[in-house]
Ligand binder design. Structure first.
Ligand code: NAD
Ligand code: UD1
Length: 342
């Protein structure tokens, strides 16, 4: 049987590259499309070293209508698209909202149009727990109301889901799944792919590992007066390798026509909330490093606690997160050291 071809937009990035590895290992043939605005061409070589397969790659800016239309025409034998491509820096999106709306929403519009014109009927979208805003009830289920996210970045995710829903309403033969990620961290065990933030990291895990290697002086923990067990904010950290596997399960659901509805959403988290101090402690244990940190006031826009009820993904997709917080911090640390020594 001919292998099924999957278009992976943003497949050179952090989550995309781990998912491409999982997809290749599950027997799919991959074409990555990415303009490398937040990733590096070496990732292609790394994917090929891990899997023994070099995926097809095209360097295209997906906001370019003509180039994207031509790309889809060339790959009209694909059976699905996984759309990772987006800009993702929350702070930057507050400073440059137009750039974020233009990039993230035009990518999705061009992808949906490419699918429509070439009868590629399945799409998976990278969404975020940020669409829940400040949650009323924890753990969060998919039934929770979405709220206007605090940043333009977050709002591109909410609007993108609404755009997909509208598109799928008039395309009953097309199917879409939106995956709402909680806090992806960690790196592949091969130490060949991982997160490569540019500039000063906003996110906790890369800030911790960069502090431990001496690039940052100290970690500032934002807030120690939250109504949580140790006063620091709580999140649902999920290993990127587990997250990647969820995409394979979601893809199979689409390709096997198992979906009940032609637009479905799933929370991807472990269901367990850890505080900032829990993450620091796990990091110190797995890395055998003493971390330099101090407490700061709360970061604007942060919610005290956010963790998923992942039952729907567990039951419907047959997916479960298997890797622990220690696996996450250990692999992040191994990756950071590998990057700094190469
Ligand atoms: P990433 O920046 O590592 O990967 C995104 C990729 O998209 C990059 O390789 C970048 O070069 C590419 N890209 C961006 N704009 C493009 C354009 N106009 N044309 C072509 N390629 C373009 O980010 P990631 O962490 O792997 O995130 C993947 C997806 O998951 C994003 O949509 C992100 O918003 C979403 N997400 C990420 C997180 C997280 O914590 N990392 C959490 C929730 C959701
Ligand atoms: C953030 C974004 C979210 C985005 C996600 C992944 C906000 C409000 N939310 O989630 O939209 O999808 O990143 O890109 O920006 N922390 C510190 N010190 C640091 C960094 C973080 O104490 O230097 C704390 C934060 O206050 C938070 C936790 O660590 O409590 C996790 O932070 P982070 O990794 O930035 O993720 P989120 O804020 O949950």
């Amino acid at each position: 049987m001919k292998t099924q071809k999957i278009i992976v937009t943003g497949g050179m990035g952090y989550i995309g590259s781990h998912t491409v590895v999982a997809l290749i290992n599950s027997g799919y043939s991959i074409v990555i499309v990415d303009n490398l605005c937040n990733s590096n061409i070496v990732v292609l070589k790394s994917i090929s070293e891990i899997t023994g397969v070099t995926p097809e790659f095209e360097n295209i800016d997906l906001t370019d209508d003509n180039k994207t239309a031509q790309f889809f025409k060339r790959h009209n034998d694909a059976v699905a698209v996984i759309n990772f491509a987006a800009l993702k820096a929350v702070g930057e999106s507050v400073q440059k909202p137009i750039w974020y709306y233009k990039n993230n929403l035009n990518i999705l519009l061009n992808v949906l149009e490419g699918m429509e014109n070439n009868a590629i009927k399945n799409v998976i979208f990278s969404s975020s727990a940020t669409v829940y805003g400040l949650p009323d009830i924890l753990p969060i289920t998919e039934e929770a109301k979405t709220k206007r996210p605090t940043s333009p970045y977050g709002n591109t995710k909410k609007i993108a889901e609404e755009m997909m829903e509208d598109f799928l309403k008039v395309q009953p033969n097309f199917k879409g799944i939106s995956l709402r990620y909680f806090n992806p961290i960690g790196a592949h065990e091969s130490e060949k792919i991982g997160e490569l933030p540019t500039g000063i990291p906003n996110n906790l895990m890369p800030f911790i590992t960069q502090t431990a290697v001496g690039i940052r002086k100290e970690l500032k923990i934002f807030g120690k007066d939250y109504a949580t067990e140790d006063g620091t904010a709580v999140r649902d950290y999920i290993h990127v390798v587990d997250l990647a596997e969820a995409h394979v399960k979601a893809l199979k659901r689409l390709l096997n026509s198992e979906a009940n509805d032609n637009f479905e959403v799933f929370n991807l988290g472990t269901g367990v909330g850890y505080s900032v101090l829990d993450v620091v402690k796990s990091f110190e244990k797995t890395s055998q490093q003493k971390l330099n940190y101090s407490f700061e006031k709360r970061r604007e826009g942060d919610v005290p606690e956010l963790y998923a009820n992942p039952s729907k993904a567990n039951e419907v997709l047959g997916w479960n997160a298997t890797l622990t917080l220690d696996d996450m911090t250990a692999s992040s640390w191994n990756w950071e050291q590998k990057v700094r020594n190469s």
